[in-house]
Design a protein around this ligand. Structure first.
Ligand code: ADP
Ligand code: MG
Length: 686
């Protein structure tokens, strides 16, 4: 049933839902909340002791004041509780609240408490009548991901309606699996994820849904597993004079960790089995050169190779690096570029060169390489930033060569025990050392008041000939109407920054909704040094290498996950100059502060991933998108490592007993798995 079939959803609201990927009422059932709001018992003002969320029942005891401070209209008022505690309340850009805040009015106010000397205050508290609040109290209210124009209330109502109509997801797991893994029933779990009665019920429900995700995934991987993975090596590729020449002229020495991985690759490619190797190395550890050397070795042995990058910008950058290196070393190899936005004629030429064997190497985006490219003699495939690739693409590419050697490179730290489950037969190498010329990035966490100083600091770096990134949470104004807070957006921000610097510096912006040609142009101008300050959303996160950029300033740093911030920060500190990362956040929240201080004190991706897990609170229960994003809807491979192992073991046992899932009790599961492999598997970033 289309979503517009629900009461209260017209064509306009339908479009908003569509924007969130919800088309049918059934889609809504698996449109999970981002987190939950828990409405606690109201407290007295004197009981507020930390920068935490509190509710209190208070009376307005002053007239509203409206001030115009900086860019915001600030409305403020004093309130008191019945024990005489006083508190100052302020709201930004909500002057219309004045009518509800007349002297003597009583409300339950709910917000994060903050303290200045003896003054207690709250910014942006919500208002409830006593009855409204009591109705919500001690329940967990779902908070859904939203888009401008769609309220949380509207989504909640729509989801409620679906359940009231009796829509549900039917059980497909065999009884034995449910019993052995101790799982909640499926329909019960799906309901409880939306409307949990308590934290325990939610944990149980979530465990079931996460189990399903991992279980179907591991079953699918096992059935996809190609005999090629264990194929005999018929492409012997030893280290060559090409790679020796490149190494000799590199201008730096490989780190010991890089040398070790290079040796592992050589031993694989000359060994008895086709190589399947995962290379994990923190951002900036120098994975690209390792791949490139292996690709030249393949060419020397007479084989073509392909490198797949997750974005066009990155593909182009690798391509240009490779071409330059080949030229500088007079190596007679031909490398071609393959991306979606290149002119048709150029693409045709590249495709022909690969098919005829004239081109030795292809560098491109995964979609392009994995669809419709034929190679004459493909011997090696490298995927860069591998966790961004779909399983399907890996498989498709795999089938193109008669079992090419495979290297996958990832900056996402995954413990070995989990990697084995996720990547099956891959061998794993770790580059656990940064190039010696690197100075560790200097980090600081600051609030708004430091911004002018930060701009001055950035100016000094630019005057030294360096470049800067500024990261904002949003692309354009008003995307996130979720909480009425002001979030910086790249378009307005770059405008005001140009004004700030009086047009002395070239400032441009970048965000994910721009056309890819426009994105490429901006990235190229930044890479060439023409753009001095790039104001961007997290689209710069993946792999871009502009060693001349030495400062990154992240606005609203509290909005990002730890792992994401670490990846972002990896865009600086890639050359031999000192680099800096400035995290700007006004958060008073203790937990958020702790998270940011971990980033401040460490530049080690593995350590940060660990701490990220440790600090995950119940409010983040569903926050899997925040860190280590593998594309599972709820499951987080780190936080849910135990469920992942359980699901993998269960899948293995089940397949040992009934490899083709032919037994009658497995029939529903088999249907579900087939559907999953058709629809969901390709979307995963594993
Ligand atoms: P990542 O592992 O994040 O993909 P890159 O391969 O992009 O990192 O390398 C980052 C930068 O470090 C590049 O400019 C590269 O030339 C440089 N680099 C790689 N290895 C070394 C090394 N051993 N010594 C010095 N610089 C290196
Ligand atoms: Mg890289």
């Amino acid at each position: 049933m289309k979503i517009s079939g629900l009461k209260g959803i017209g064509s306009k609201t339908e479009q908003l839902f569509n924007r969130l990927g919800v088309y049918t009422a059934e889609d809504l059932l698996t449109f999970y909340p981002r987190r939950y709001d828990v409405y606690e018992q109201p407290v007295g003002i004197d009981e507020m002791t930390g920068n935490k969320l509190y509710a209190f029942w208070g009376t307005v005891i002053s007239d509203c004041e409206i001030n115009t401070r900086s860019r915001y209209k600030v409305l403020s008022v004093y309130a008191a509780d019945d024990k005489g505690g006083r508190i100052k309340l302020t709201w930004f850009n909500m002057p219309f609240l004045a009518g509800q805040l007349k002297r003597g009015f009583k409300w339950i106010f709910r917000g994060e408490a903050a303290f200045k000397g003896s003054l207690v205050f709250m910014e942006q508290p919500s208002l409830y009548s006593y009855e409204q609040y009591m109705a919500k109290m001690n329940s967990m209210q779902p908070v859904y991901p939203l888009t401008a124009g769609l309220t949380n209330n509207a989504v909640t109502k729509a989801v409620k309606q679906c359940f009231e109509m009796g829509l549900t997801l039917s059980e497909y797991l065999p009884d034995s699996v449910i019993a052995n893994a101790g799982l909640t029933g499926r329909s019960e779990a799906v309901y409880a994820i939306h409307f949990p009665t308590d934290a325990d019920g939610l944990a149980q429900a979530r465990r079931r849904v996460v189990f399903d995700e991992f279980f179907l995934f591991t079953l699918a991987i096992r059935s996809l597993k190609n005999a090629n993975l264990l194929a005999n090596n018929d492409k012997i590729i030893p280290q060559s004079t090409y790679s020796a020449i490149i190494l000799a002229n590199l201008g730096y020495e490989l780190t010991n960790a890089q040398k070790k991985v290079r040796a592992e690759i050589a031993s694989d490619m000359t060994g008895s089995r086709t190589m399947n190797r995962l290379i994990q190395g923190d951002v900036g550890s120098g994975k690209t050169i390792i791949a490139f050397l292996a690709m030249t070795d393949a060419a020397a042995a007479g084989y073509q190779s392909a490198l797949m990058a997750p974005t066009e910008v990155l593909a182009k950058q690798h391509y240009e690096d490779f071409c330059r290196t080949l030229k500088e070393n007079d190596i007679p190899l031909r490398c071609v570029l393959l991306t979606g936005s290149m002119p048709a004629a150029a693409k045709r030429e590249a495709l022909e060169a690969l098919a005829s064997g004239e081109a030795d190497m292809a560098v491109g985006t995964h979609a392009v390489i994995s669809d419709g490219v034929s190679f004459k003699n493909l011997g090696l495939v490298v995927t860069d930033e591998q966790h961004r690739f779909g399983v399907r693409q890996r498989e498709a590419l795999h089938l193109k060569g008669a079992s090419p050697h495979i290297i996958v490179m990832s900056a996402t730290p995954i413990p070995r025990s989990l990697a084995i489950i996720l990547y099956g037969e891959l061998d794993i190498s770790v580059i656990d050392e940064k190039p010696a010329n690197r100075l560790p990035i200097k980090n600081c966490v600051v609030d708004d008041s430091y911004r002018q100083k930060a701009y001055k600091f950035i100016e000094n770096e630019i005057l030294k000939g360096h470049q800067a990134y500024i990261i904002c949470a949003m692309a354009e104004d008003n995307e996130d109407s979720d909480n009425g807070l002001e979030l910086e957006n790249v378009v307005d921000y770059s405008e005001s920054l140009r004004r700030h610097y009086n047009g002395r510096f070239t400032v441009e912006y970048l965000h994910g909704k721009m056309k890819s040609a426009a994105k490429n142009e901006i990235m190229e101008r930044f890479a060439s040094g023409e753009i001095q300050i790039l104001v961007s959303t997290t689209v710069v996160e993946v792999g871009i290498n502009v060693p001349n950029a030495t400062v990154m300033l992240v606005e609203n740093a509290e909005r990002f996950g730890l792992a994401g911030l670490h990846q972002l920060r990896g865009r600086v500190g890639r050359g031999d100059s000192q680099s800096y990362c400035i995290f700007v956040s006004n958060t008073k929240n203790e937990l958020t502060k702790e998270r940011l201080s971990i980033l401040k004190d460490s530049n080690d991706g593995f350590y940060i991933a660990e701490q990220d897990l440790r600090l995950r609170g119940p409010g983040d229960m569903l926050g899997s998108r925040q860190s280590g994003d593998f594309g599972f809807a709820l499951g987080n491979i780190y936080a849910d490592a135990d469920v992942l192992k359980l699901a993998a073991d269960t899948a293995r046992l089940l397949l040992e007993a009934d490899g083709e899932l032919c037994a009658p009790e497995n029939a529903l599961l088999r249907n579900e798995l087939e559907e999953y492999m058709k629809t969901s598997l390709g979307n995963l970033n594993i």
